[in-house]
Design a protein around this ligand. Structure first.
Ligand code: HEM
Ligand SMILES: [Ca+2]
Length: 305
């Protein structure tokens, strides 16, 4: 039931309103586009794309925001609220918070130099959150390609989706705690991860000293950190992927992901096309449609609570 023209009659300017708020936010926060697309991902993998991630703690809600993959990590909720406020004033009670995340993801990528794709809206918002689901369903950087692939398969996404969507790490930041395992004592070997380029390793060790601040940020893409491009894949070819889960796509011998990395590295057009298709696949994960769920008035709260 998701449909490109879902808001054509009820909120025809929804895309330009969302885009305008993000454009404005980008003026003071060049990272916000990356942070917003990540919210759509962390929403969709937990009970589908239903806005569950956005709910705060309350008497009936145990927030997903405090699950390990999200706590002190996901950000941009204030901008989602600004988008919701702008939409409530233009078309009250019409656009769901789940759709805001899907539309914001596309706007964030296209405003950062990446592809455009046709977002299919029509999602409605959950009245529940799933903390345990957020703790278990989202992939972690140390998990290994086999487990990560299994978590994507659990929501109907295949190996091409894994590689294409990982390309979102072409922008945004990561904290030292998410990759320091690779820098000094990888898997108990007493040595760094052998798949880290040695010059890159030295620079990461400077950024993240062994007893330094685990929350220090660095760019996921060392080449053009705020631009959406295919450099993520050429980085993997030169062993400068930041997270273990990034570099494994290219450095796991015999893996089917290697050929996909090589094809995206050699053609940005191929990557862009594939990325748009995979974002649509991700956006289709078990939405609430029809009369299921509700259209929240405030993305942080279930209506009437
Ligand atoms: C394949 C499995 C994935 C793993 C293991 C993973 C893991 C991570 C980790 C550990 C961070 C850094 C978080 C922090 O330091 O606070 C991060 C950041 C990010 N992730 Fe992923 N991720 C994955 C897939 C995805 C997907 C599918 C998307 C979107 C389509 C995505 C978009 C992002 C973005 C844009 C950032 C930077 C956010 C910011 O700067 O605020 N990731 N990811
Ligand atoms: Ca969800």
């Amino acid at each position: 039931q998701l449909n490109a023209t879902f808001y054509a009659g009820t909120c025809p300017n929804v895309s330009s309103i969302v885009r305008g708020v993000i454009q404005n936010a980008l003026q003071s926060d060049p990272r916000i586009a990356a942070s917003l697309i990540r919210l759509h991902f962390h929403d969709c993998f937990v009970d589908g794309c239903d806005g569950s991630l956005l709910l705060d703690n309350s008497s009936s809600i145990v927030t997903e925001k405090d699950a390990p993959p999200n706590v002190n990590s996901t950000r941009g909720f204030d901008v989602v609220d600004n988008i919701k406020t702008a939409l409530e004033s233009a078309c009250p009670g019409v656009v769901s918070c789940a759709d805001i995340l899907a539309i914001a993801a596309e706007a964030s990528v296209s405003l950062s130099g990446g592809p455009t794709w046709t977002v299919l809206p029509g999602r409605r918002d959950s009245t529940t959150a799933n903390r345990a689901g957020a703790s278990s369903a989202l992939p972690g950087a140390f998990e290994g390609l086999t487990n990560i692939t299994a978590k994507f398969a659990a929501v109907g996404l295949d190996i091409t989706d894994v590689v294409a969507l990982s390309g979102a790490h072409t922008f945004g930041r990561a904290q030292c705690r998410t990759f320091i395992n690779r820098l000094y004592n990888f898997n108990g070997t007493g040595n760094p991860d052998p798949s880290v380029n040695t010059t890159f390793l030295a620079s990461l060790q400077q950024t993240c000293p062994q007893s330094g601040d685990p929350t220090t940020l660095t760019n996921l893409d060392l080449t053009r950190p705020d631009t959406f491009d295919s450099n993520y894949f050429t980085n993997l070819q030169s062993n400068t992927g930041l997270l273990q889960s990034d570099q494994e796509l290219f450095s796991t011998s015999g893996s089917a992901t290697i050929a996909i990395v090589n094809s995206f590295a050699s053609s940005q057009t191929t990557f862009f096309q594939s990325f748009g298709a995979s974002m649509i696949n991700m956006g289709n994960i078990s939405p609430l449609t029809g009369t299921s769920g509700e259209i929240r008035t405030d993305c942080k709260k279930v209506n009437g609570s």
